[in-house]
Design a protein around this ligand. Structure first.
Ligand code: ADP
Ligand code: ZN
Length: 222
């Protein structure tokens, strides 16, 4: 499958992407994960992106477009991909259209995960993330705690609260989302490419996407 996942921070794009990759070997491409990896490794990209991310601002389009032009050409994208966190502005969406045309790739559709603001705020303040860049498992102190406090169940690394998950940065990220990214839903709706989903439960989201793609629960009901 080749999908764009749209939705506010905390809407569950990462969780849904991970569930979908398990279905058909598509890869999750998260620009947030790529950028956090670059910050941690202290690369040129990371140095440029760090301050924007901490403040809850978007990283400039040209940096992101450079990353994505390269990423979409990697061989693992041949089985499909789930774009998680990209595009995030209208210029990014237009550039993505151009990149895909050049590569001869057609998207299935864009999914808009719609979650009430109260639910988002609650999820983000209680979210914890594995600090190991190769793992990045997501936990929640209320709904999905680690078995041992502060330690990732999967890889044993410390589980942390992201720098941009303080209340101030969260509120800034939500404002940035409403201003810059929310208009993308209309952009894809006008192209007849949008699937709107009420996204309070990740299982419902995955099932709705599967039925739209015509993937059944077994070989005989597809
Ligand atoms: P969330 O969706 O939870 O806000 P992400 O992990 O997708 O978080 O992104 C974290 C940060 O990385 C964003 O706040 C922004 O600074 C930067 N970022 C990620 N993707 C993009 C993008 N496509 N364009 C600009 N900045 C981005
Ligand atoms: Zn881990």
């Amino acid at each position: 499958m080749r999908l764009i996942l749209l939705g506010a921070p905390g809407a569950g794009k990462g969780t849904v992407a991970k569930m979908l990759t398990a279905l058909d070997g598509s890869v999750q491409i998260s620009t947030g994960d790529i950028l956090r990896g670059a910050v941690k490794d202290g690369t040129e990209l990371g140095k440029k992106a760090d301050a924007y991310m901490k403040a809850g601002d978007l990283v400039p389009d040209d940096l992101i477009l450079g990353i994505m032009a390269e990423r979409l050409q990697q061989p693992d994208c041949a089985n499909g991909f789930l774009l998680d966190g990209f595009p995030r502005t209208i210029p990014q969406a237009e550039a993505l259209g151009g990149m895909l045309d050049k590569l001869g790739i057609k998207l299935d559709f864009a999914v808009n995960l719609d979650v009430p603001r109260e639910v988002i705020l609650d999820r983000l303040t209680t979210r914890r993330t594995c600090s190991n860049p190769a793992c990045q498992e997501i936990y929640n102190v209320k709904s999905k705690p680690t078995k041992k406090e502060g330690v990732c169940d999967k890889c044993g690394s410390p589980v942390i609260q992201r720098d941009d998950e303080t209340e101030e940065a969260i509120s800034k990220r939500l404002d940035t989302y409403n201003e810059k990214t929310a208009p993308l839903a209309d952009y894809y709706r006008k192209k007849g490419m949008l699937l709107d989903i009420n996204a309070t439960s990740s299982d419902t989201v995955v099932n709705t996407i599967k039925s739209k793609l015509g993937i059944g629960c077994c070989g005989s009901c597809a």
